[in-house]
Ligand binder design. Structure first.
Ligand code: NAD
Length: 390
């Protein structure tokens, strides 16, 4: 990292790694490999006791990397300069932060208004990693992408684990087994990882995305791209919402592809909106019994009409899974990637001279600055908080 080298630099900066509290959250915001680099750079790193347990990073590995293991939040946060987390902080934790403390992690800004208000009132500085701009310079800090990669991988494994078929073609003494067909709807970061994983497992893979540019990437992974005469690429490389006519065309093509698939993994999302419905209940009825749908968009409404977030349901013999927090299923590597993203982010906050910047003018820092100095800096969140006020 480009953070200072030598213990005399990064002087007096205390980094605290929280033990995640949200049920089912197995990840941790730093790992021993990264802690070692931070302590070598002169940071004091504190890790809450048991913080890495869920991701299989025991306390003794953190201690060997130079961290101080602290029991309890109060001791951990007392005097901390920078707090690292995965999930947005709970109001009770924000209540323990003193003015000027910097907290970095996923913040779910518009869905976590109580904590945002409290951070504003306590003059805490919060950086929301989901707001890191998707520019080349910020790739190393793009936690949305690293965690989507983990989620896409986990989705393919989950689908394979629930499919009553082999994925690869097999030539055996008992005859030839045809490969399974896996369909990926939405070929963004998670979708591409799901494609790559299903290909490695030997399946025939098809994929569809409204952004035509995704076709090139899908084909480069050896999968078939389903073409529709629509290009719905909008600003920033994200998808726009389709018109009603476009939606009808899309439904017809998607429905036929879903009906012939053994596993369907859906990842379609439009920033700030409910996930588009791509698989209707009628389409599910056309699927073969034993087929599996893994709906990665479950938490934002689901790409399948029959998805229940956090549940697995069976309809017409089709298993429909709406998993929550898939990256936590591969917590070891998801945490490692997340920790490296944070390490990279910290190198923007602390200059080569070891001084912590308080001028957040850098494009990346400015974009993900959620709260600072008693002001909510993220306009959509501020608009929500001020809703109704003139
Ligand atoms: P996302 O999670 O917002 O959406 C997932 C995918 O769903 C997207 O590919 C989107 O096009 C697709 N989708 C939306 N509506 C659909 C529909 N009706 N039918 C089928 N597919 C639909 O996306 P993401 O994975 O976060 O990536 C979004 C874009 O950002 C991509 O172009 C990606 O390459 C780009 N990106 C750039 C960088 C960078 O430059 N640093 C980093 C990460 C991602």
């Amino acid at each position: 990292m480009s953070t200072p080298t030598g213990a005399s630099r990064a002087n007096g900066i205390v980094i605290a790694v929280l033990r995640e509290q949200v049920p089912g959250e197995q990840r941790v915001s730093s790992v021993p490999e990264v802690v070692q680099k931070l302590t070598k750079s002169g940071f004091e790193v504190r890790v809450e006791q048991g913080a890495g347990e869920g991701a299989f990073y025991p306390d003794d590995l953190f201690a060997a990397a130079g961290a101080k293991i602290v029991r309890g939040r109060a001791g951990l946060l007392d005097g901390a300069t920078i707090v690292l987390c995965v999930q947005p902080p709970a109001p009770v934790d924000v209540g323990m932060l003193v003015e000027g403390t910097i907290i970095i992690g996923f913040m779910n800004p518009t869905g976590n208004l109580q904590a945002v208000t409290l951070m504003r009132d306590r003059k805490v500085t919060a950086f929301a990693l989901e707001l890191v701009p998707r520019i080349t310079r910020a790739q190393g800090m793009d936690a949305l992408s690293s965690q989507a990669t983990a989620g896409g991988y986990a989705a393919a494994i989950l689908g394979a684990g629930h499919c009553p078929k082999f994925l690869p073609m097999l030539t055996t003494a008992a005859g030839t087994i045809r490969p399974a067909t896996v369909l990926i709807l939405g070929a963004g970061v998670a979708g591409l990882m799901a494609i790559a994983t299903a290909k490695r497992l030997g399946a025939l893979v098809e994929a569809y995305d409204v952004r035509r540019a995704a076709g090139e990437q899908v084909r480069s992974l050896g999968a078939k791209f389903l073409e529709l005469e629509i290009n719905a690429e909008a600003a920033g490389g994200y998808a726009r919402e389709l018109t009603p006519e476009e939606k009808v065309k899309e439904q017809e093509m998607v429905s036929a592809a879903v009906a012939r698939a053994d596993i369907v993994i859906t990842t379609a999302a439009i920033p700030g909106r409910r996930a588009p419905v791509l698989i209707t209940r009628e389409t599910v009825a056309r699927m073969r019994p034993g087929a599996v749908i893994v709906d990665l968009a479950a938490e934002t409404g689901g790409n399948c009409e029959l998805t229940r977030s956090g549940q697995t349901v069976t309809e017409h013999g089709v298993t429909i899974m709406g998993p929550q927090n898939l990256p936590a299923r591969v917590a070891f590597h998801a945490s490692q990637m997340y920790a490296r993203n944070l390490q990279s982010f910290l190198s923007l906050l602390v200059g080569k001279d070891g001084a912590l910047t308080r001028e957040f003018t850098d494009e990346i820092l400015a974009s993900c600055l959620l709260v600072h100095d008693g002001v909510v800096r993220h306009k959509p969140t501020d608009d929500l908080l001020c809703g109704g006020k003139p």
